[in-house]
Design a protein around this ligand. Structure first.
Ligand SMILES: CC(C)(COP(=O)(O)OP(=O)(O)OC[C@H]1O[C@@H](n2cnc3c(N)ncnc32)[C@H](O)[C@@H]1OP(=O)(O)O)[C@@H](O)C(=O)NCCC(=O)NCCS
Length: 153
């Protein structure tokens, strides 16, 4: 089940971030998004446990996918896709999406390309020295290959 996150979910979200990223967001940075009027924070819950989260911004007709992570034991089951599908439906088809992703993050790049995200540029040293990022864009109204969760709830 996908639902809007509350501050009660902060610890679970932070723990997934800690386990998922070399340089995870600090807890206060995640917390700050709960007070950001442009931010949306959603979680994917399985049996009352948080399996994944996504944080996005919507400013006018520009959406940004800031971060998404699925708890390791729940990966590759369609949860990442269902969270992105959910946010795309929530924001509608008229927005342009952008995101930054590490050039070495093959699974995330694969996921974003399946939505029609295209690499727009490379940002050198975005994640630290020698750790470049791709800036990826998804233009409105492109045909989208959608995916359904196969988690069975
Ligand atoms: C990237 C991430 C969010 C994907 O979530 P997920 O729930 O595992 O992904 P899904 O099950 O929805 O799969 C989406 C697609 O990615 C593919 N995929 C998943 N893991 C993969 C891997 N390790 N290598 C290559 N492709 C992979 C799936 O096969 C699927 O593609 P398909 O539809 O063509 O079959 C998850 O791997 C994750 O949390 N990674 C760590 C954090 C991270 O890197 N976040 C993104 C950067 S902000």
């Amino acid at each position: 089940m996908i639902r809007k996150a509350t501050l009660k979910d902060l610890d679970s979200i932070y723990n997934i971030a800690l386990a998922s990223f070399e340089t995870p967001w600090e807890k206060v940075s995640i917390e700050a998004e709960f007070y950001n009027e442009h931010a949306s924070i959603y979680v994917y819950e399985v049996d009352e446990q948080i399996a994944a989260y996504i944080i996005t911004w919507l400013i006018a007709d520009e959406a940004e996918l800031l971060t998404i992570a699925v708890d390791e034991g729940w990966r590759n089951k369609g949860i990442g896709k269902s969270l992105i599908n959910y946010m795309k439906e929530l924001y509608g088809n008229d927005v342009i999406w952008h995101l930054e992703v590490s050039c070495s993050n093959k699974s995330a790049i694969h996921l974003y390309k399946s939505y029609g995200f295209e690499i727009n540029s490379i940002i050198a040293n975005y994640y630290g020295t020698g750790k470049d990022a791709y800036r990826m864009l998804l233009y409105p109204n492109l045909s989208i290959k959608t995916g359904e969760s196969n988690v069975g709830r």
